[in-house]
Design a protein around this ligand. Structure first.
Ligand SMILES: [Fe+2]
Length: 492
């Protein structure tokens, strides 16, 4: 198998150009149906039962208007229930004010992170981006919440996906406190930790702790400089780790006056360092800060505390150029398209809390990728394996068309090629059983199959990375999205 980044193979002939584009198209319908075992290719493991909740910007246009950025599409939740060897699919849009008002108007009525309301600056002036509730979905404390990093969660019924309303943890989240799309759950305590980064012109970092019953029991805020971008974070033993990339809100007044979108107002400064801020989870006090030559990244892998040392894994690129490519995902790309820009390099940062010594190393074996996943029983503890979505040369390297499995102990790399014209969502790892080996389990993902013009739920063997144990065909496509989670409960 020829494993490479697309940008390293600019002159190879392409087959099926543009074949990934239908996977971005809006799905307006809201559906609910079973897929019986006889329609499934392969078989769902008999012991597997649970629900994959997944969020995507399912509606990318309204009336005859297209949103200005992929990140501004309205959040559509999919629920894939697996039980008794068959599967059930349903989807429903989150009824945010943006969704409801724009549906009624059949026109853009809200600013987005990369979208302006048509009609000029006066239409946009002093208006905050609308909450699209489109980035992730989490079930915790018996609450199913659709997440978007610039605003509040939206509560949904796990059984019907109907919208219950904006959720603020009984008033514990203030009006100026967003709740990011990347909470982390401590597998030992069941506590959910999350953060928000918001403020104009200087952002504040807010750290939250929610107990297993769903009560927000801690909420602490502090200034961390004027860094404007922090999409993800990690927990590591007793600590929280934030990577603050040198992206700054340089023109806040142009944003406020409606002259620029928020993304157009943020600039990456190549002359500044990237800061890693370590907080103590129990107190939210800053334990230590570290600096590295500037880089940008969306997602962090796992992290762990070992003696005085913390280490955190992250996907790193040199700058924020990738944001431009993500705004025009709906346009056909030529052979020079660089989806991963210069490659999101999987990197381990090691920091000594006692001495301040810091180091970073590329993770052996890994190729460029995104959307890291690991055994959730090991969140915040040392893990041997990480799985990521990646792009390989299989004739259709336009989007994520493969998964990689990285063995942190040996540096061995295993790759699952979905084949030409099959494009995957993020992998989520499902342990085969409570006491199983770390990598004994399945990767569940939603794969758009261009030959069928539809999506399928795919269960891949997480050990050998070769076999697709079950391919569950859907009756439609699921627009490409961002994040979800698998839970052992079922609600169907
Ligand atoms: Fe994310």
């Amino acid at each position: 198998m020829n494993i490479a980044l697309k940008q390293e193979l600019p002159h190879k002939p392409r087959i099926l150009p543009g074949c990934e584009l239908p996977g971005y198209e809006t799905l307006f319908e809201e559906l609910s149906y079973w897929i019986d075992a006889e329609r499934i290719i392969g078989a769902i493991p008999s012991t597997l039962e649970g629900t994959l909740f997944y969020n995507c910007p399912g509606r990318n246009r309204i009336g005859n208007q297209q949103y200005g950025h992929w990140f501004d599409g309205d959040g559509m939740i999919s629920a894939v229930t697996i039980r008794g060897g068959r599967a059930h699919y349903k989807n429903r849009y989150v009824r945010t004010p943006k969704y409801v008002k724009e549906t009624a108007a059949q026109a853009i009525r809200y600013r987005g992170v990369g979208t302006r309301i048509p009609g000029g600056p006066l239409k946009n002036m002093f208006r905050a981006p609308g909450n699209a509730a489109n980035t992730s979905v989490v079930l915790h404390g018996e609450k199913l919440l659709a997440l978007w990093e610039g605003g509040k969660p939206w509560e949904l019924s796990p059984a019907t996906l109907q919208t219950i309303g904006e959720y603020d943890y009984g008033g514990r989240l203030s009006s100026m406190q967003p709740f990011s799309a990347h909470p982390r759950v401590d597998p030992q305590t069941g506590d959910l930790y999350n953060f928000g980064l918001f403020g104009i012109p200087k952002p504040k970092l807010h750290l939250y702790r929610v107990d297993p019953a769903g009560a927000m029991v801690a909420n602490t805020s502090r200034y961390v400089g004027d860094y404007a971008m922090c999409h993800d974070f990690a927990i590591a033993g007793r600590y929280a780790v934030f990577i603050l990339c040198p992206a700054f809100l340089r023109t806040p007044f142009k944003f406020l006056l409606g002259l620029r979108s928020i993304f157009e107002s943020i600039e990456f400064d190549t002359g500044e360092n990237t800061r890693v801020v370590v907080l103590e989870l129990a107190t939210a006090r800053v334990v230590r800060e570290f600096e590295f030559p500037g880089f940008f990244g969306f997602h962090l892998g796992n992290a762990r505390e070992q003696g005085d040392e913390l280490s955190v894994d992250a996907l790193c690129v040199d700058n924020m150029d990738v944001m431009g490519g993500l705004s025009d995902v709906f346009a056909e790309r030529g052979d020079d398209f660089q989806f991963l820009a210069n490659g999101a390099r999987f990197t381990r940062f090691t920091m000594n809390l006692a001495t301040g010594a810091a180091d970073r190393q590329l993770i052996a074996g890994a190729i460029a990728g995104e959307f890291p996943a690991w055994n959730p029983h090991l969140t915040g503890r040392d893990n041997r394996y990480t799985w990521l979505a990646t792009i390989i040369e299989n004739g259709t390297p336009y989007s994520f068309n493969a998964f990689q499995k990285v063995d942190h102990l040996t540096g061995e790399l295993r790759v699952h090629d979905f084949g030409e014209g099959r494009f995957s969502s993020e992998p989520k790892f499902i342990p085969a059983s409570a006491g199983a080996a770390e990598d004994d389990g399945y990767l569940i993902s939603i794969v758009y199959n261009h030959a069928r013009r539809k999506s399928e739920i795919v269960l891949t063997d997480a050990v050998d990375m070769q076999r697709e144990l079950a391919v569950i065909p859907l009756e439609h496509h699921v627009p490409y999205g961002f994040h979800g989670n698998f839970y052992q409960q079922t609600f169907e």
